[in-house]
Design a protein around this ligand. Sequence first.
Ligand code: TEU
Ligand code: CA
Length: 552
Amino acid sequence: MKTWWKNSVIYQIYPRSFADSNGDGIGDLNGITEHLDYLEKLGIDVIWLSPVYQSPNDDNGYDISDYQEIMRDFGTMEDFDRMLAEAHKRGIRIVMDLVVNHTSDEHKWFVESRKSTDNPYRDYYIWRDAKNGKEPNNWGASFGGSAWEYDDTTDMYYLHCFSRKQPDLNWDNPMVRQEVFDMMTWWCDKGIDGFRMDVISMISKKPGLPDVQAPEGAYGDCCSAVCNGPHVHEYLQEMNRKVLSRYDIMTVGEAAGVTRQEALKYASLDGKELNMVFQFEHTGITAGEYGKWTDKKVPLIPLKKILNSWQTELEGKAWNSLYWDNHDQPRAVSRFGNDDPAYRELSAKMLAVCLHMMKGTPYIYQGEELGMTNAGFERISDYRDIESLNAYRDYVESGRLDADTMLRYLKEISRDNARTPMQWNDRENAGFTTGTPWIAVNANYPVINAEKALKDSDSIFHFYRKLIALRKQYELIVEGRFQPILEDDEKIYAYERILGNEKLTVACNFTKDTVTCGVFTDVTGEELISNYTEHREGILQPYEARVLLTVH
Ligand code: TEU
Ligand code: CA
């Protein structure tokens, strides 16, 4: 079994915000093709492409109406084929985003399914009668309201864990599984290199669809009834037998609600299911009374405990993905680092060292290599994401939060933060489009942009290039055992990587304070990388990160 995905670095492109080639203000496939040289220079191996399939864009492409057509906003299938060929010419693989927990309500399967209770497609989706004149259970949808939508054509409700335009597929129906496997085979035969599988942990719902814990009269988080369900591993093993095992591809499952124990199955090194999963423990640390909505900063000790547990508990049994952000998360340097201009570059480089020296496959989200920051939007009219707009409506109109507080929370943690246009240069709209961008460009683009970074040998971009090159050079970085150190230190994230007689010592100061740190004292070795050129014995300077290789 090929394992090129173990020493690859993956770059996520959110196509709507990457590069617009035709002036309509929306990123597109030709825009990606025009920037493949930039990605080749960065040195990444694989692109994870967020959905580009036909979609009404209720959830920006995560609501698919035709899995084998390209969304008109993004171009044509010929544009896709050209991008794939140009990427492969540069040794870059393309992993597609597979969204099969649900389709769009405009997908032909659902159009048929809702027509009548005896339609051949009826059981492609999850339909239930009302219970006591209300929704079949108390599940809440991720974007607000009930997870059930009443459909008067057949006087029944259908399940949608996300928006009402994203009906959940019924994976217990073998015909649904076969349709999905056939579509996946069609894409693999086109020569793509794998799949990122959207909320794949949710495809097997608990039988009977029982109510979940929730205050009286309120909707509850349905994850306890839909995540890691009774047949999820059976279905993924079937997918592996019928599709995945037949191609030299990589797979990563976005596994909402996944635990380390469950990950030992999903991402087992035995290759029976997927290669790796995205977990959400470290990005969910600050969740509280208002769900994800907060302006709390991430405390380092809990962050270290979670990431260290994933490193040590999967060791030798399963494979980790490594990420700070993606199209659903705020910008890494704003959330985990410090986007104050005095510290932005230092802390972005520190975060890169901390993540890329760990064991697993690292993911870079578009713009993270530039140290792009949260958007800083001040008005609800700046926001575009269904999750942000629905949450603002639900929390503010219900009086649970006042508008200023909700705007402060959105500014800190909304998904829009990651979706502002890629900043290519200091010219109009940061070179993203010659038209009107679908979402505002971050005002700091004159300072933070690719053109400037490419010219500055000390930029975050060139720092990422060095990190990526190190992963290619040292088997120790890919295979070395992870060993936490300084676990109780509230300001330093430090660990070792050990393989044979080689050892990496990694230490990252997560604060703007100068802190004492003895891990490098009396250690003679080769410095692989650091965001400082001068060091001071026994201390770490603000946001200092350092990696020392020693041989015993
Ligand atoms: O995300 C699933 C998911 O868990 C997100 O809703 C995440 O929990 C939330 O955004 C964090 O606040 C996937 C896709 O990545 C996301 O873009 C889609 O909106 C969602 O599934 C539905 O397809
Ligand atoms: Ca365009």
